[in-house]
Design a protein around this ligand. Structure first.
Ligand code: OF8
Length: 121
């Protein structure tokens, strides 16, 4: 924590980029890599009011949209919850979302973050 807002923002961006990469590694099939289209998922845009995906999250990090870790985690959770809303429980998308959500919350939980934050410059 420094009193220089730019420095803090830089550190937050580095942390969020690190977390994003760690979360993307948990999605080897890249099911969450890009926005879900109505073409591959009928009526998706009618059923899901706030779509979210890893590419959109990456763009948000780069355009300084997240001013806290919580805002980043909220979009990650939204992405997983959308998949568990639109897809039936027996689908690969639902199951992948559930696993990803649990892995993600462990990664961004207070325990793990403590070690992460000590590792930052
Ligand atoms: C994330 C999600 O809900 C999703 C990703 C996909 C997806 C992602 C990449 C390639 C193909 N399909 C999908 N297809 C049908 C229904 C839902 N989905």
């Amino acid at each position: 924590e420094t009193n220089n807002p730019n420095e803090n923002r830089q550190t937050l961006q580095q942390l969020l980029t690190h977390l994003l990469r760690a979360l993307e590694r948990r999605d080897p099939q890249q099911l969450f890599a890009w926005p879900v289209t109505d073409r591959i998922a009928p009526n998706y845009s009618r059923l899901i009011s706030k779509p979210m995906d890893f590419e959109t999250i990456r763009r948000s990090i780069q355009s300084d949209l997240y001013t806290s870790l919580n805002a980043f985690v909220a979009d990650f959770k939204l992405m997983c919850e959308n998949a568990m809303t639109y897809n039936q429980p027996e689908t690969i998308y639902y199951k992948a979302a559930k696993r990803l959500l649990h892995a993600g919350l462990k990664l961004t939980g207070p325990e793990k973050l403590k070690t992460l934050l000590t590792a930052l410059p």
